[in-house]
Structure formats: C-alpha cells, structure tokens
Write a protein that binds this ligand. Structure first.
Ligand code: ATP
Ligand code: MG
Ligand code: MG
Ligand code: MG
Length: 493
C-alpha cells in the first residue's frame, strides 16, 4: 500500500514542504474567482496569477508567498485547454484531474526546479531514469523568442542522456494559461511505459506508450490582449504534474483507469449496469464501445461531483453549460451503452466521495453528497424526457420522409439542437441508429447564419436572431413538440 494514491499525493507535498521549505496551500475551488478569462480552473497556477503578474493584494497572505506546493482540482472541458473530446478515447486525459505543483515566486529558478523534480521522480518515487525523457523550448521566430539552451544544459549537467533531451516548439514547450495571462517557455518530463528502446520519436506524439507527466514552466511573460508578450516583473517557476498519470506509473499500470483512483468506480458502474465488466481495451470494436462508455461515465461523474460541490451547477451559459453537456454525455453513455437504469449516475457519487473525499473534504459532507445526488437525478430525468421528445421528433420526421432518402433535414436537427438543447454529436448518433445522416451542408449554412447574426448584435440583427429561433421553434411545433424552458441560449458542442 505504499503505492496507494493518498500516500503518493502526500509524498509530493512532503517532499517540497519538509525537504525544501515550501508552504502548503490548499486547492482552490474549480470555479475561478474573479477571472473572466477562464471557464474552470485549469492549472495549479490559476490562483497564483496575481503574484505572477506582480500585483497580489498587499494585505493578503499571498503577497508573502515565495515557495509554495499544492494539489489542485482542475477541469479541462472548455476554453484554451479543452480535453473533453479525448476523454474515454484515450486513457490519460480526463475532464477532471488533480495537478500536483510547486512554485517559486522570484525565489529559485531553472537549476533548482529541474534538480528537485528529477530527485523526486528518480529517488523518492524510484522511477528509472532511462524511462524518462525531457523536452525544452526550441525557440520561435514569429514571437521573437530564443531557444532555451540553458535548460538543455541543466539537464545534461545532471546526467540526463543527450538522446533523452529533446527540443520542441510553441505548441508543446511554451505554456499559456489562456488567450491572455502569464506564460513562458517550459521543460517537460515524459515517461516511456515500454522501455528498452529509444522512444524519443514517441514524445509529444499522442502515444499511450510515452506520456507527458510533469511540466515545469519558467514564467517570464504576460500575454496581453493585443497578443504581444510583455516581460513579467519577476521570473517565477510554475510546475504541474498530473497525479493520475504519476499514480499509473507507480502502480505499474498502462492506463489511468486501472489505478485505485478509478477501479472502485468501474466496479460500481458494472454493478448498476447490464453491460459486461470493463475489459480495459481501447478501439473501435464493440468491446471498445462498452469500455469507452465505462471510462466516460467514470470520468464525468468525478467532474460532476467536484464541480457541483464547488458551486458550478448544470445550466445554460459558460461553465454551467459545459457541465450540462458533460452530464448529458454521461447519461447517454450510462443509459444507452451500459444500459444502466435511471438514477445510476447519482448512485456513483458516494464512491467518488470515498476516493477523493480525504484530499478534498468538501465532498465528504453528508448534506453536500445528498444535494449533488439530487441535482444529478433531476438533470438526468429532464434529459431523458427531452431525449424521448427528440426521438419522437426524429421518428415523425422520418415517417413523413421518402424512405430511400438518407439525408435528414437540417432545419429539424437545428431545432433539436437549439430548442431541446441536444448536442450536435448526439443528434448525429441518434440519426445513425436510424441509418440516416443530417444534411451537413445545409446545417453549416444554418450554423454560419446564426453565428453571423450573433457576432454582430446590431439592433436589427438581434431581432433576426430571435427570428431564427422562432423559425426553428415553428419547426419543432409542427412536429407536435411543445416549447419548453429547457432551451439554452446557445448550445455548447
Ligand atoms: P497533454 O499534452 O498530455 O495534453 P498538457 O501539455 O496539455 O498535457 P499541461 O498543461 O502541461 O498539460 O499540464 C501539466 C500536467 O497536467 C501534464 O503534464 C499532465 O500530467 C497533466 N494533465 C494535463 N491535462 C490533463 C488531463 N486532461 N487529464 C489528466 N492529466 C492532465
Ligand atoms: Mg493538453
Ligand atoms: Mg503536452
Ligand atoms: Mg504540457
């Protein structure tokens, strides 16, 4: 049990706290405070943005921070860092994950940051050095940024093999929080799950065999609204390591879903479903579909529990709308692929609380758990009823259509999307079940028109946006569906 998650999480915190004089700061809620540039907290550094920018409230405790360590609840399901589409398909991206991080605010810089990270991984956690690859920033002419030769030299001087030190450009080795905000060149540590080979070509190649684990960012700039980079008042270190990926390595697994952070959830899902047990396979086969559903449901119920506990409820705009979409995806995979009865999703909440509650006590309160479950149940019931309505609309439309016609009218699909809040990918799937597909060209025209009207809200155009809504509403009503209040202003998908 020395490799159980709570011990591994603790070890990270203690290494920096006891061994290197870092102050422990608790995770902030996933709902960003006072930062409209973010939908959700997407990295450990978010709560420290004022320090990085050199303007913390001088009366706050934060103003005195020099070295900090924490384990942060993160959600990446919208905005610049959006991993929603990968979830379930791969075994190392989640919508909710925990990021372990250490910071230096104008204190130590590159040498110490690299040395501590290497010592922790290879000596404390005992990961063999020959399984690790490090990357550094290769520079970027368009942004006027030089290569980070200094970092390359640091790794080499610490004895990392030259063929394990690799240059990459802006996409992988220049970290940015969002469209604006603190940023800088970074160096990342990757792990080869296979070993006994040169795996350098698999680094940053989306391979499940070589996975990025830790990012060390050297915060030196602020990305301004104009797009230009302004040097920050002081240089800082900001690091982030995915706990789930670390645990996977240390528990000797190949998939995050095979660790103690997920297996109790997969078991609980199996108990309430009619599907075969989780096989741990990825792929396009039927087993792959069932396995993917297990992963999606396990991932999404964690995200739903954490977000709702932090006060983000499924709703109609911004982060709330993203959460609503996550809930609906979870319901669909749970009821349709795994054939779990209504109420199953909510019944997983105590298991989430059991796994995460010690680290994040807000999940442990009885009243919190009950209200999370109630909210999930209400939203599930609402969605299942619109799903039924949606099926009716599709069936009626099909019965009025020429049987040989494979193309489904875009106007009806559009109104399902706009008025019943169906994600477009869900409509595609529902039509696929019937051997039909939506008229993509026509759909793109409707979408473009809508976006065009929405992006130029002149007085007249506002009216026309309404008209567009009324048009799709009429389409629905002609199918005998009453208008409900369950219509998002614009649907995230
Ligand atoms: P990737 O390239 O795998 O998408 P990233 O470069 O986007 O990761 P960073 O922004 O550098 O990730 O975040 C720091 C660390 O957080 C990563 O090295 C990884 O261990 C972890 N991480 C990032 N995104 C996720 C996710 N969606 N699920 C789980 N862990 C993640
Ligand atoms: Mg990513
Ligand atoms: Mg990356
Ligand atoms: Mg990264």
């Amino acid at each position: 049990h020395i490799h159980r998650t709570p011990r591994l999480r603790r070890k990270f915190i203690d290494f920096f706290k006891e061994g290197h004089e870092h102050r422990v700061v608790s995770s902030s809620p996933v709902r960003p405070r006072g930062d409209p540039s973010l939908l959700f907290v997407n990295a450990g550094m978010n709560q420290f943005k004022p320090i990085l920018l050199g303007c913390p409230d001088p009366r706050s405790e934060m103003a005195s921070y020099r070295r900090v360590v924490n384990s942060q609840k993160c959600v990446r399901a919208g905005g610049k860092h959006n991993d929603l589409e990968d979830v379930g398909k791969d075994v190392y991206h989640h919508t909710f994950f925990e990021m372990l991080g250490n910071w230096s605010f104008g204190d130590y810089f590159k040498v110490e940051a690299c040395a501590m990270a290497w010592q922790l991984l290879t000596e404390e956690y005992g990961i063999p050095a020959d399984r690790l690859y490090v990357s550094y920033f290769s520079g970027d002419v368009a942004n006027g940024l030089p290569a980070d030769e200094e970092t390359r030299q640091i790794w080499l001087s610490m004895g990392v093999r030259p063929d394990h030190v690799l240059p990459f450009g802006m996409k992988d080795n220049f970290w940015e929080m969002g469209e604006t905000g603190p940023c800088g060149p970074c160096t990342e540590i990757h792990y080869d799950h296979v070993g006994n080979r040169n795996a350098s070509s698999l680094v940053n190649a989306d391979s499940p065999d070589v996975v990025e684990i830790w990012n060390l960012v050297f915060m030196q700039y602020n990305r301004e609204v104009s797009g230009s980079l302004r040097p920050l008042p002081q240089c800082s270190v900001d690091t982030g390591m995915g706990l789930e990926r670390l645990v996977t390595i240390l528990q000797g697994k190949r998939s995050n879903y095979d660790t103690d952070l997920f297996t109790p959830l997969l078991t609980a899902i199996h108990q309430c479903s009619k599907a075969p047990a989780y096989q741990g396979r990825t792929g396009e086969t039927d087993v792959g579909q069932v396995d993917m559903a297990y992963r999606v449901v396990a991932d999404h119920i964690r995200t739903l529990s954490v977000c709702i506990a932090d006060g983000v409820y499924p709703g109609m705009t911004g982060a709330e709308l993203v959460l609503r979409r996550i809930l609906r995806r979870a319901v669909r995979f749970s009821t349709e692929v795994l054939q779990a009865p209504e109420g199953s999703l909510a019944s997983l909440v105590p298991t989430v609380a059991h796994i995460l509650g010690d680290a994040y006590p807000e999940l442990h309160t009885e009243s919190e758990r009950v209200s999370i479950m109630d909210l999930i149940n209400q939203n599930e019931a609402q969605f299942l009823s619109s799903l039924k309505q949606g099926r009716r609309v599709i069936d009626r439309t099909l019965s009025n259509m020429d049987k040989d016609l494979a193309v489904f009218p875009a106007s009806v699909a559009w109104s399902l999307h706009r008025n019943l809040g169906f994600p477009l990918d869900l409509i595609d799937l529902m039509l696929e079940e019937k051997g039909k597909m939506v008229d993509k060209k026509e759909m793109a025209v409707l979408e473009d028109e809508y976006e065009r009207l929405r992006s130029q809200p002149e007085e007249d155009d506002e009216d026309r946006v309404d008209q567009l809504d009324l048009h799709s509403l009429a389409e629905l009503q002609s199918q005998g569906v009453p208008h409900t209040d369950d219509s998002p202003k614009y649907c995230y998908s």
